[in-house]
Ligand binder design. Sequence first.
Ligand SMILES: [Zn+2]
Length: 176
Amino acid sequence: MSTLNVYLADLPGAVRYPAPLRRTVQRFFDLAIQHSKFGNAVVQWTSRKPALAPSDLMVYFVEGPEDSVVKELTKNLGPSGTTYIGQQVASEVYLGGHGFTPTAETLGKLAIHELMHNVTKMGESLHRVPGVSIGKESISSETEPSSADTKLVGTRLGIRRRQWEKGFTIYNDPLR
Ligand SMILES: [Zn+2]
């Protein structure tokens, strides 16, 4: 049984409560892997480009759309996060600009939402999958994962995909 690695990348170093955010994402993947070939999931923070196995996942955190790294790939940014789906897949979550201060748990759920797009390679159609909760277009601090969320992700976790890894280099480019 293999391990699924999920990397959380705080590019500006601005995440205030990393532990509860990580736990929220870990709890989701603990449930999702029950529908997969993976024996366990390890969700961890990283400050540098990790060595990614083919099914591993990564999500960047940036200050807001103006601080985006995914804008290198698409101009079509979402209000709270963006996932670009192409030859490579890139996900990011916005720490600010929501009109309210999101809790660590809410930021974790926004990361799960973007990773749901990433894993399924589904665009807007994700929001309309019957039974999804965190997969819906709009989520709040009260939104809890449904069995449809964890099953949808779990059954697709083994699909090979390539995470876009240039976020670190682009973010740290002094000419950016
Ligand atoms: Zn979405």
